[in-house]
Design a protein around this ligand. Sequence first.
Ligand SMILES: NC(=O)c1ccc[n+]([C@@H]2O[C@H](COP(=O)([O-])OP(=O)(O)OC[C@H]3O[C@@H](n4cnc5c(N)ncnc54)[C@H](OP(=O)(O)O)[C@@H]3O)[C@@H](O)[C@H]2O)c1
Length: 250
Amino acid sequence: MNSAGVIWITGASSGIGAALAREMAAHGWQIAASGRNRERLDALCADAPEAIHAFELDVTDTKANERVVAEIQQQLGPIDIAVFNAGVGSQFNATHFDAADVQDRMTVNYGGAVNGIGAVLPAMLEHGKGQIAMTASVAGFRGLPGGAPYSASKAAMIALAEGLKLDLEGQGIDVSVITPGFVRTPMTDKNRFPMPFMIDVEDAARRIRRGLAGKRFEITFPRRLSYTVKLLQRLPYALYFPIIRRIARL
Ligand SMILES: NC(=O)c1ccc[n+]([C@@H]2O[C@H](COP(=O)([O-])OP(=O)(O)OC[C@H]3O[C@@H](n4cnc5c(N)ncnc54)[C@H](OP(=O)(O)O)[C@@H]3O)[C@@H](O)[C@H]2O)c1
């Protein structure tokens, strides 16, 4: 089968990234799969050895991002789509505010995407085409109790995507922001609070693939949750704070 193109996915060693790699492989893509955990990357590659290729990477390392992009281009050819999906998130206790831990969410989630874009964009601009997507979250729509650092990192990614879309649309570069609600992955397996409208990771991967194929700016799902949070986003503080306090107590 002729390749549909080359897609680079960070955070591909687990959860949404791994499912997206399998989904894209099933649709004829060559996948450059990045993550730090070599064993999990190798296990993913074994699922589709002709299509999925491991490129070990810590996204917080700027130079390593540049090195990996050069290796992907050399081994697989120009990168058509880059999905910056690597992320960390866990419950946050504001009364035990640990600055290093709070910074870490920003360094990996937002900083990792920034490093990846910096590495891949020059070649895309040179070719006059390319697609960049970032996995943010519905948690980036508003500050949430128990998740301020995570929300802040995802809000930064959404704002980055909006601005880049406007700046790059005349250059042949499409930008997307992916804002999932709850998806069953090792990240959410740790959560001990209710996660309404949770979906399976394969379902999430299918929705992301379709959104990327349609070059949609916003890929958001499940809509029952994301549109509800979007409604909350539009409320003035006088209404938002009491409503979100009540929801958090449920
Ligand atoms: N699950 C959800 O409900 C949900 C909802 C909204 C948004 N998201 C977002 O979706 C993305 C994927 O999450 P997930 O649920 O699939 O979580 P996951 O299963 O925990 O996967 C996280 C991925 O990020 C990678 N990663 C973490 N730190 C990294 C680093 N410094 N360098 C390179 N890779 C790193 C991990 O790989 P290594 O450990 O191998 O490095 C792993 O592949 C995240 O950005 C998350 O915030 C998830």
